[in-house]
Write a protein that binds this ligand. Sequence first.
Ligand code: G4P
Ligand code: NA
Ligand code: NA
Length: 194
Amino acid sequence: MKALQNKILTDGIVLSDTVLKVDTFLNHQMDPVLMKEIGEEFASRFEDAGITKILTIESSGIAPAIMTALKLNVEMVFARKRKSLTLQDGLITSKVYSFTKKEENEISVADKFIQEDDVILIIDDFLANGQAAFGLMDIVQKAGAKVGGIGIVIEKAFQDGGKQIRQSGVKVESLARIQSLSNGKVTFVEDKPT
Ligand code: G4P
Ligand code: NA
Ligand code: NA
């Protein structure tokens, strides 16, 4: 997605060989116009997948997920990272280990929000090692529903998550695929010729 690649090139800050900071439009401040285009792009890439609901994880996945849900005319639910006061019973949970933060978190979704006949599109802002995506897929599976695909705003293709998920047979669509962050420079995986 060209507009997203351009935004990454103009606004992204390469913090290290593995970490890209995008707090001007995705992870802190958010760009609603770009977010709307991101939602439309995901919606078009999954329009034939029979999606009945979007699942993401707080907090940065929420904006692209709600824009996609709006376009596909389905509801969106976000997994919580912390226990909610009002959310206690009827929770589906999964453990997610963050290599970046070196900590394990429990994520949860109320079981009433995912039905067995749901076909779920998982959306997230970043795909690195794929732990968040695997946790969300685990929740969908525990609910007895089906994963219809995974939509990622920025995939770091030099890390292993995308490969592992695709090998498991799930369709992954990433709107920007970063090949490398070496030498302070962002390079993208060449778009497949169409
Ligand atoms: P994984 O799920 O793919 O294994 O990723 P990891 O544990 O490494 O990621 C932990 C957090 O860091 C996630 O956000 C993820 O989106 C984010 N992240 C991973 N790599 C990058 C990167 O290069 N740049 C930026 N900006 N973020 C990255 P989170 O802690 O869940 O936070 P949020 O959703 O509230 O923003
Ligand atoms: Na994030
Ligand atoms: Na996220």
